[in-house]
Design a binder for this molecule. Structure first.
Ligand code: SF4
Ligand code: SF4
Length: 379
């Protein structure tokens, strides 16, 4: 199984239309954050550190659909926070699907099974389940025991009910390639449609600052994670983005490719940095000083960033914009990615995973899922 042909066609024809119209900057995926609340408090998360009045806010259904219409991207990713905590998430999904847009609803899956009845299986909707490794690694990354098992059970149920399910994995400097390989095998056997993998971004607000990767650590680690990728592993990412992560393909960031809309408005310049907000998509595109961003700009905040929201649209643009990119993508799709030279383990010193600790009571603001109070979390 893989991405439906209709979705591939929607994206390819959209990109070709942008190219033919001479549009220099175009959005590919709208990052729609309908709320910042979450029922977890992961150590590497930079999205949930807002005061309670902000965490309680929800975008309305109309706000969300207006943003989808303004932006025009063929794909809408719904991260958060935890989108399943939004009281109208089913209506938001229904409205976006009715517009013929493809949706990735990102979830930690704690509430997925009990909310499945609110959604209809459709080619337009995929649940993208957060899984940062096998059981021990994932539970350490999300700072709570038992979440891996809950997520895996929810994935099985969602697939059995006919939903599209993908996964998203964030890689840190304590991630083990061998253990990730075991996770990939298991997910494929379960019938997951495709996996997304990306290095974490060093959010200034994230509680854990010790486990992010710099650029050379990222490429070394990804050579070991993806260097001998099995043909059975399906990644729902561009072949060129995966080659970029391994250091085999040069890309520059296209931050406008994944514009972000949330309770503050349109976020400048990208999903990761918060350098002001504007009230319309047009203002975002017209008034942002795009040359100030990306590794080539010299911006210190961008030097170690190789995250999918900046570089996946660059990979798609390179695929459809150059014969070299198109041929490399076709070759990787048909014959598998080129094998990387083996990277010695010592080239990527592996850090210890985050240490468990007690979550402060203030985090109860996120616990609207009525789970038992959080017992353990990490620094
Ligand atoms: S699941 Fe973790 S990473 Fe995702 S929004 Fe919640 S706290 Fe952040
Ligand atoms: S390099 Fe990363 S942080 Fe910088 S603009 Fe691009 S996506 Fe944002």
């Amino acid at each position: 199984m893989g991405v439906p042909v209709s979705q591939m066609w929607a994206v390819a024809s959209y990109v070709v239309r942008q190219k033919l119209s001479g549009r220099k900057r175009y959005p590919l995926v709208l990052m729609l954050e309908p709320l910042f609340r979450c029922n977890l408090a992961c150590a590497g998360c930079g999205k949930i550190q807002y005061p309670a009045d902000i965490l309680r806010k929800n975008l309305s259904v109309d706000d969300c659909l207006n943003a989808v219409d303004e932006c025009g991207a063929p794909i809408v990713s719904i991260p958060g926070g935890e989108p399943l905590l939004h009281p109208d998430i089913d209506k938001i999904v229904e409205g976006i699907a009715a517009r013929g847009k493809y949706i990735y609803l990102c979830t930690n899956a704690i509430l997925l099974e009990q909310n499945l009845h609110r959604f209809k299986p459709t080619k337009y909707l995929s649940f993208s389940v957060h899984l940062d490794g096998p059981r021990e690694d994932h539970d350490a990354a999300v700072c709570r025991d038992g979440i891996y098992d809950k997520a895996m059970q929810a994935i099985r149920t969602a697939i059995a009910k006919g939903f599209r399910v993908t996964t998203n994995t964030t890689v840190f400097n304590h991630s083990s390639p061998e253990r990730l390989h075991g996770l990939f095998d298991e997910l494929m056997q379960m019938g997951v449609e495709g996996m997304m993998i990306s290095p974490g971004y060093q959010y200034e607000k994230a509680p854990d600052q010790e486990h992010f990767l710099n650029r050379s650590q990222t490429t070394s680690l990804f050579q070991r994670v993806l260097g001998n990728a099995k043909r059975s592993w399906v990644f729902n990412q561009s072949p060129l983005f995966l080659e970029f992560l391994k250091g085999n393909w040069k890309l520059e960031c296209t931050p406008w490719g994944n514009p972000t809309y949330n309770v503050f408005g349109w976020q400048r310049p990208c999903y990761l940095l918060q350098e002001g907000y504007v009230s319309s998509f047009k203002e975002l595109m017209d008034l942002t000083e795009w040359d100030n961003y990306g590794a080539a700009s010299g911006n210190a905040k961008c030097q170690d960033c190789m995250v999918h929201c900046g570089y996946e649209p660059s990979a798609v643009d390179a695929t459809f914009g150059t014969w070299k990119g198109l041929l490399a993508s076709a070759r990787a799709t048909l014959f598998g990615p080129p094998k990387s030279q083996p990277v010695p383990e010592e080239a990527v010193p592996q850090a210890a995973p985050p240490k468990p600790h007690f979550v402060p009571l203030s985090m109860d603001i996120h616990a609207e899922d009525k789970l038992e109070p959080v017992a353990q979390s990490c620094d």
